[in-house]
Structures are given as structure tokens and as C-alpha cells.
Design a protein around this ligand. Structure first.
Ligand code: ADE
Length: 293
């Protein structure tokens, strides 16, 4: 008869506990980032079993959203803030994916405040080489390999597909204004190019340039920076933007009128995306790999 020693029982228990703890940590986590409080507050309020983290004095809120483990954080405006918060979030929470949510200025002629852009690509419109013959848009170099990334970073196709599927389920708020552009209409959702830069665009000539040179559908101040960090660190990233204005000479007045509702529309789509991710309880990379098989 084989005798099981107390030592081997203890060892077995320790191995089992370690496996359990690994299993807990293996549960995918989605990081959701927004620049302004209004862009993250609705999602933060929905977090169940909330646990607040303080990393180097910066708050991160963890909890369950639609059943999935989620960490929400506020970036504040601009690319440096965005890159800092994204990097801290990746280092501390090892997310399966990062979703960026919030408002933007519309550039595509068919867009109006309230409409949504799902980024299939991001580009940094201020990462350029200015020459006498014009502007050359360039990707950033990898800090270790020195290899230059493309100026346009692709969103993983699976994340785009999940966002498109989620958009069909969301009760969006149609925005109300006093001209054709902003009169109540069904919220349009397009998949397109998000241009990012350290600039609030409220200029007809600049918006025309971004449209003509980059074919960008909307402009904002963080998405491309988060995408760059994610590209280097190997984390899938998706940017969702709802139009608060059209980046033209009335952009600031339009933003003040529409930003709250626009931020909510974007947050609602992000909630539906998280819900779909939780349904599959799998991360975007796993889905992508399954698709390729
Ligand atoms: N976010 C919302 N509207 C914007 C604009 N017009 N330019 C840059 N970022 C924005």
C-alpha cells in the first residue's frame, strides 16, 4: 500500500493553490481609457465590486463591467498623458486589450455630432517631417530595435469586428441641434481613420488638410498615442470616438453643447464591446488566432 506523507499533501496543496492563483490572474482584463471625467464616469459608475488603485498618485478603478474584469482610468488631454497612463496600466494590469473612449471632432463629410467612428487605423497628425515640399507623416521608432512603425497603425481586425457587432446593439442618443448637421438623426457608425495630435482643431483649413492628406475621419488628442504604446508593448488597442463637433470654427461652442451626450454614446458602445468580450470570455488575440486556424 502506498503511504501518502503529510509533506507530499502539503506540497500538493501548495501546487494547487499556486495553480489557482495563476488561473485567477489568467482571467483577461480590459483597460478602458478616457481623457476627460465625462468620458469615463458612466463606465466607472457601472463597475461592480470596485477596487480603487493608486499608482504613483494616479487613480485606476478596477471592477466588473458586464461581468468582465475591467480597469478604468482617466488620461487627461494630450498624447503624453495618454502614453503615461497606457504604459502604467499595461505594466500593472497586463490587459488583454485597451479600449480608448471619448469625443472627437468630425472630418468625414457625412458625420455630425453624435455619430461614431470605430478606428480601423490611427495616425498621429503631428508626428511629421516638415520640408519645403510639404509634410511627410512618419511612424515612431521602436525604442529597442530602432525599426520605424508605419504612420498608420492598424487596429486588430477582430476588435474592429467586435465593435461593429456591438454597435448594432446600442441605444445611442441622437443629438439635437438647430441646423441640418446637428438635427436629430439616426446615429451613424462608421469604421475609419482617427487622427491624433496635441492640438484642439477648430479651423476650417486644418480640418481640410487632415482630411485631404490623411483621409482622416475624425481628430482627437490621445488615441494614436495609446495605439503607439500598445504597438510597442504588444497589446491590442481599439479607439472609439463619438463626434462632439466638426473641428471647424464653431468647434468649441459645439463641443460645449454636445460633449456630454457624445461621451455617453461612446461609453455605451464600449460597454457593449466589453459585454461581447465577456460573452466569449476571451481576449482579442485568442479570437484572432482562432479565426486564422
Ligand atoms: N476632441 C473633441 N473635439 C476635438 C477637436 N475639434 N480637436 C481635437 N480634439 C477634439
Amino acid at each position: 500500500m502506498q503511504v501518502i506523507s503529510p509533506a507530499s499533501v502539503l506540497l500538493g496543496t501548495a501546487v494547487w493553490l499556486a495553480a489557482c492563483s495563476l488561473a485567477v490572474h489568467a482571467e483577461p482584463v480590459t483597460v478602458v481609457l478616457g481623457a476627460q471625467t465625462r468620458e469615463i464616469s458612466a463606465l466607472r459608475e457601472e463597475l461592480r465590486d470596485r477596487k480603487d488603485h493608486n499608482i504613483l498618485g494616479l487613480p485606476f478603478w478596477e471592477g466588473r463591467l458586464a461581468g468582465r474584469r475591467v480597469v478604468v482610468a482617466k488620461m487627461s488631454a494630450g498624447k503624453v498623458n495618454a502614453a503615461m497612463i497606457a504604459t502604467l496600466a499595461i505594466e500593472h494590469f497586463r490587459p488583454a486589450e485597451i479600449l480608448v473612449t471619448g469625443i472627437a471632432g468630425g472630418l468625414h463629410p457625412d458625420l455630425a455630432p453624435g455619430d461614431i467612428v470605430i478606428a480601423r487605423q490611427t495616425v498621429q497628425h503631428d508626428m511629421v517631417r516638415h520640408g519645403d515640399s510639404g509634410v511627410e507623416y512618419r511612424g515612431a521608432r521602436h525604442p529597442v530595435t530602432g525599426r520605424r512603425a508605419p504612420a498608420f497603425l492598424d487596429t486588430p481586425t477582430t476588435l474592429v469586428a467586435i465593435a461593429q457587432q456591438a454597435a448594432g446593439r446600442v441605444p445611442f442618443i441622437p443629438l439635437v441641434g438647430d441646423d441640418r448637421r446637428t438635427s436629430p438623426h439616426l446615429v451613424r457608425v462608421i469604421t475609419g481613420i482617427v487622427a491624433t495630435g496635441d492640438a484642439f482643431v477648430e479651423s476650417d483649413s486644418k480640418r481640410r488638410q487632415l482630411r485631404e492628406q490623411l483621409n482622416a475621419d475624425c481628430v482627437e488628442m490621445e488615441g494614436g498615442a495609446v495605439a503607439q504604446v500598445c504597438n510597442v508593448l504588444g497589446v491590442p488597442c481599439l479607439v472609439i470616438r463619438c463626434m462632439s463637433d466638426m473641428a471647424d470654427s464653431t468647434a468649441m461652442a459645439d463641443l460645449e453643447a454636445f460633449a456630454d451626450a457624445a461621451a455617453l454614446n461612446s461609453a455605451r458602445l464600449v460597454y457593449a464591446i466589453v459585454d461581447l468580450l465577456h460573452d466569449g470570455q476571451q481576449d482579442a488575440l485568442t479570437l484572432q488566432m482562432k479565426k486564422k486556424q
